[in-house]
Design a protein around this ligand. Sequence first.
Ligand code: FAD
Length: 301
Amino acid sequence: MADFKTLLQEASERYESACRISGSERQTQKTALIVYAHQSPASFNAAARDVAVEALTKQGYKVLVSDLYAMNFKASATADDIKGDLKNPEHFVYNNEMMAAWQEGRLSDDIAEEQHKVEQAELVIFQFPLYWFSIPAIMKGWVDRVLIQGFAFTMQKMYDNGVFKDKKAMLSFTTGGTESMYQADGIHGDINVLLWPLQNGFLRFCGFQVLAPQIFWCPAYAPQVARNEMLDSWRERLHGVFAEKPLSFAPTEYFDMSFQGGFRLRPEVKEKCASLTHGITTAHHLGKPLPPDNQTKAKES
Ligand SMILES: Cc1cc2nc3c(=O)[nH]c(=O)nc-3n(C[C@H](O)[C@H](O)[C@H](O)COP(=O)(O)OP(=O)(O)OC[C@H]3O[C@@H](n4cnc5c(N)ncnc54)[C@H](O)[C@@H]3O)c2cc1C
């Protein structure tokens, strides 16, 4: 029979080992932020959000949710976003005042809290219904007020060199229109074109690795069984989401990043691209046919 000293020694080793495991788990636990914009907890968007919370939590991730309508999140970018005196009250320039306020810790509490969530997150999911080919106003307000100059980008830190280059981001949204309406020959036009201002305009601009969007086509007119299948495939996708390859954009090094060079493609790159069948991206099309699915699917390597 083991003596008391040995038992004590073993217990102490087990305790130390348990501490080491929980310490390393703490270090490796990833965080996801879901920025969510729907008014109704009974909506399909709410169901998509719940699936994401459950699937990511099950994988051990810490999941933060910003429920913008429930928070009554302010959408307008105004001087109320700044504590203390303005630098130039005669001519209010939001960008300049916000950058100074961010540097001096004078941002309103709601913005500072959201920025803290973004800092923690390795993955940011924007969950919303498509409104006027874009994000709802309350979510646009979140983008305008949270992703401000200094915190989310600078002239030196954008695109490939962006502040959030080690983070991933994804749009997950529902539509009222059907998938066929959003084809190049459909009434609403190519969804890849619609996605460019969002995916390149603020996600990639701030450096995020942009994952393919999750599009729930027209759930309001889909039969119940099809809606369930959409949620099942979302759940399945989320299980491998952190290993997903991001969408392709034009590398920043392709451009002359100076005012003198106009931030345009370098002549030698333009020359190389002359023989390409397709443009580089949906918007860097160079007058050529658009690369297929550029804003909806990651390139197969
Ligand atoms: C201002 C405005 C602008 C718009 N602009 C556009 C536009 O530009 N382009 C466009 O395509 N559309 C547009 N729409 C339409 C809008 O995108 C759709 O109404 C929206 O995407 C539908 O999503 P929802 O979550 O609101 O659906 P809901 O109506 O909430 O849900 C759809 C169905 O799913 C069911 N459901 C809920 N939970 C579950 C669950 N757990 N499992 C299975 N089923 C469930 C609901 O009961 C319902 O029957 C616009 C709408 C508005 C108000």
